[in-house]
Design a protein around this ligand. Structure first.
Ligand code: SAH
Length: 226
């Protein structure tokens, strides 16, 4: 059983988008993960295929209706579905590498993309949606946020990126930012690759990288060390 993602959206044509490129796209073609989209509008019941209405209490914009959204969720994800139901939302828990790793080990995810002013609170509560944010800024819709989440998750699915080791030293995996990377040419615009990296002394290289990671994290992201 491979990782199965289902996206509920008003803009299914945006997918797979960047998720179809490079190694993630190859993994998709090879069946290491799967991606389905559901058009929320297909679950509207009136002639105009309405999915939103004005906010109760007044104010700007429109809100996605709970009955329509719940019908879409129930159609793609019956109560027995083991996949978490995630709502992309600026009010959600910030996405972390840890959450991405946990999702990558699971059966997949049902991901709901909001639009307009968001979704009726009752469907968030009634369907126990897990709200996830990709950062402290407001997007126009949840589609790009869903792609960010899936890109972070899918690259961690075994086999998608090749070498299993390639994650171990990355930023956030050990609570630190990654050390600086270099590649040939040895000298470029008057700057040399740090000699320790071409010394062949793996112990010293490891130590240097750890020190660099620590220093960079202390400087840029002291919150990660706290
Ligand atoms: N009025 C809402 C913002 C709605 S933005 C508020 O102030 O909280 C419309 C949709 O875009 C949201 O429903 C959500 O699905 C998506 N979105 C916007 N910003 C996001 C973010 N930082 N992370 C994840 N999803 C986001």
């Amino acid at each position: 059983m491979s990782f199965s993602a289902e996206i509920i959206t008003l803009f299914p044509d945006l997918f797979p988008g960047p998720l179809g490129a490079s190694v993630l796209g190859r993994g998709l073609a090879d069946g290491l993960w799967s991606l389905g989209t559901t058009q929320l509008r297909d679950f509207a019941t009136d002639r105009h295929r309405t999915v939103d209405d004005t906010p109760a209490g007044g104010g700007a914009g429109m809100v996605l209706k709970p009955d329509i959204l719940a019908r879409a969720i129930d159609a793609v994800s019956p109560a027995s579905d083991p996949r978490p139901r995630i709502l992309m939302s600026p009010r959600g828990a910030p996405l972390t590498q840890g959450r991405a790793r946990a999702l990558a080990l699971g059966p997949g995810a049902v991901i709901i993309c909001g639009r307009f002013e968001g979704v009726d609170q009752r469907v968030i509560d009634g369907r126990a949606l897990e709200e996830i944010s990709i950062g402290d800024y407001v997007l126009a819709g949840g589609e790009v946020a869903a792609m960010v989440l899936l890109e972070a998750v899918v690259r961690l699915i075994p086999g998608v990126l090749g070498g299993a080791d390639s994650h171990a030293e990355e930023s956030f995996e050990n609570g630190l930012l990654e050390y600086p990377q270099y590649t040939r040419p040895q000298g470029w615009e008057g700057a040399e690759i740090p000699p320790v990296l071409v010394s062949g002394d793996h112990k010293r290289i490891q130590q240097w990288r750890h020190e660099q990671s620590l220093a960079l994290t202390r400087l840029r992201r002291p919150d990660l060390l706290a």
